[in-house]
Design a protein around this ligand. Structure first.
Ligand code: ATP
Ligand code: MG
Length: 376
């Protein structure tokens, strides 16, 4: 077991002092919550000179778990020590035991010490390296770096850096409502918005829950996420019965925006988020998206708009959401969906009594099942 974890944050560094303090506290709250989910409240979190220190026995699984938190640049499992050479040597010896199963191609020691300390960086480097003589040394291009931070207030050594997603801490950039399907794109869109600090609520149109997606996003966020479920088939059936035909996908998506706007207003979300991607399917032509967007006042954010599908898939794999993909093809999609809807024409349809009736009957079937707060 390591003595603890040192966490370095990402972009918070760019903020002015008061925003930095606020964002640091948000990140600490998120990490604390994640420790609670793992029943590890025995670990103590503190902030020292913009570095987050977590003290207590930890293994690599916990390091990887905490690294996967929005706002974290990397997490480093460490052995703590004092700023004396004896203590550094004792810590190096313990670290070398923890490193027994690691066989890097090459390594070097990178010391960082407080100027006022009488120890020289060269001595620190030499002493630590002497405990890793079985690893090939390479000062120029090592595959592994042993980080040694030696300060009067605290000191540590570690080498197993685990990178985090970076970005901003969850909940530092306002609140959005994500239209979440069971496909690949919308989870990636949600993840990207949360990575920029947005607090998420999820809205899914469908009969099945989206628990796995919710859990994955919660893991990165460090806060429970609310899900709203709205039955969908009933609406599509109504459109089909009223012969929406080639316009069905446009009506369906516009109805999603309208419902999204109602819920966003209710929960005070400032924008809707979708996984739409220009030209991906018929409803995502520029004509259609511009027309559908004009039917609501809500701001609609589309973080994937200009990515290629391969790029979205690569992101999904990195995030860990690719395997959650479970989007059976929609049986209501018409043979020749319409791709060039004009605003005026859509306006006319949406304000027709037929469309309004479909929406109001559909609304009557809503029964929000907010998912329970996460316990563990
Ligand atoms: P895929 O990877 O299959 O493209 P997708 O989630 O992007 O998945 P699309 O049919 O491309 O599905 O839909 C575009 C966007 O519309 C989605 O990204 C999502 O924001 C929203 N959306 C589609 N279906 C639903 C649904 N059932 N519930 C909520 N939002 C949905
Ligand atoms: Mg899509």
């Amino acid at each position: 077991m390591y003595d603890g974890i040192v966490i370095h944050y990402a972009e918070i560094f760019l903020k002015g002092p008061s925003v930095k303090r606020k964002f640091e506290q948000i990140l600490i709250c998120r990490l604390q919550e994640k420790l609670k989910w793992k029943e590890r409240l025995d670990l103590k979190i503190s902030l020292k000179e913009h570095t987050i220190l977590i003290k207590g026995p930890v293994d690599l699984t916990l390091v990887e778990y905490l690294a996967k938190t929005f706002g974290v640049r990397y997490a480093l499992p460490v052995v703590f020590c004092k700023s004396s050479i004896n203590s550094i040597c004792e810590a190096s010896s313990r670290l070398s035991v923890l490193a027994q199963n690691h066989n890097p191609l090459s390594f070097r020691v990178k010391p960082k010490k407080e100027k006022l300390l009488s120890l020289s960086s060269k001595t620190i480097e030499y002493e630590i390296a002497s405990f890793f003589q079985h690893w090939p040394l390479d000062l120029n291009n090592p595959t592994c770096i042993i980080y040694a931070v030696i300060k009067k207030q605290y000191a540590y050594i570690g080498f197993h850096r685990v990178n985090g997603p970076g970005g901003l801490p969850y909940g530092s950039s306002g609140r959005v409502l994500v239209l979440i399907s069971r496909g690949i794109d919308s989870t990636v869109a949600a993840w990207l918005m949360a990575m920029r600090g947005c607090e998420l609520s999820l809205l899914h149109f469908g009969e099945e829950p989206v628990d796995k997606i919710k859990e994955l996003l919660e893991q990165y966020s460090g806060k429970p996420i609310k899900v709203f479920l709205i039955p969908h088939k009933i609406l599509l059936q109504k459109f089909q019965d009223r012969e929406a035909e080639k316009h069905l996908c446009i009506f369906c998506k516009t109805a999603m925006y309208i419902a999204g706007e109602i819920i966003a207003n209710n929960i005070k979300a400032q924008a809707l988020v979708t996984g739409e991607n220009l030209g991906q399917v018929a409803s995502q032509t520029l004509d259609n998206m511009v027309s559908m967007t004009s039917m609501v006042d809500a701001v609609i954010l589309r973080p994937l708009i200009a990515l290629n599908k391969e790029e979205i898939i690569d992101l999904a794999k990195e995030i860990g959401s690719y395997l959650l993909y479970n989007n059976p093809s929609c049986p209501f999609v018409p043979k020749h969906p319409y791709t060039a809807m004009k605003k005026e024409k859509l306006h006319h349809y949406i304000h027709s009594s037929v469309f309004k009736q479909c929406i109001s009957e559909w609304q009557a079937s809503w029964n929000f099942q907010k998912t329970h707060n996460k316990k563990a």
